[in-house]
Design a protein. Structure first.
Length: 87
């Protein structure tokens, strides 16, 4: 779980840094800066892809936690039934 949060944090940092780079490089109009701007756009696209991937991972983690919670509840219910039968 700690690794998941670390990955999510790293992706968020990279995406936020990427947005700043895009804003800085698109202001200039020379040929070399146009290439940099294009690269920044590609990086932004990659950041968006990473963000979508992190969102999917978060959704998967939430589903997994929900399933684990349901399993734990079922186990507790079974244990409670066994305890009631003993009394």
């Amino acid at each position: 779980m700690k690794k998941l949060f670390a990955i999510a944090f790293l992706a968020a940092v990279l995406v936020s840094c990427n947005d700043d780079k895009k804003a800085e490089t698109t202001v200039t109009t020379t040929d070399s800066n146009t290439v940099i701007s294009s690269d920044a756009d590609k990086m932004s696209s990659m950041g968006d892809s990473a963000k979508r991937m992190m969102d999917k991972m978060g959704d998967s983690a939430n589903k997994m936690m929900d399933k684990m919670g349901d399993s734990a509840k079922k186990m507790m219910d079974k244990a409670a039934e066994k305890m009631e039968k003993k009394h």
